[in-house]
Structure formats: C-alpha cells, structure tokens
Design a protein. Structure first.
Length: 68
C-alpha cells in the first residue's frame, strides 16, 4: 500500500519537482554507498529501497514525456 501512495504522489508532481526529487534520491544513494563502504551503514536494505525509488521516479518522468 505504501508504494501505491508513493506512486500517486509522484504522478501528481510536475517534471521539475520530479527532477529535483531524482537528484535528491541519487545523492542519498551516494551517501548510503559511502557509508556502506566505510562500514557505518546499519540498515543495508535502505540501498535497495532507494534504488527502486530512483527507478520509479525515472519511470514516471518517462510516462510524463510520452503523454505530452
């Protein structure tokens, strides 16, 4: 259920908002990878979640471009 609401929120956003959210997610992924490399990351599952969120954001961006 959380994923459905997250996707609905993404689809309501404009292209500019989506691009800023994509940049923020990529920065978070970089930080998580850095923490993982230095053995400071406690929840390694967060990396997988952020990767999937990045893919979801990119998918919504492509859908919006296809619409118009």
């Amino acid at each position: 259920m959380k994923i459905d609401t997250y996707l609905e929120d993404l689809r309501k956003k404009t292209a500019e908002e989506l691009s800023t959210e994509l940049v923020a997610a990529k920065k978070e992924l970089f930080n998580l990878r850095f923490q993982n490399a230095t053995n400071q990351l406690e929840n390694t599952g967060r990396i997988k979640t952020v990767k999937r969120n990045i893919a979801r954001i990119q998918t919504v961006i492509v859908e919006k471009k296809a619409e118009g």
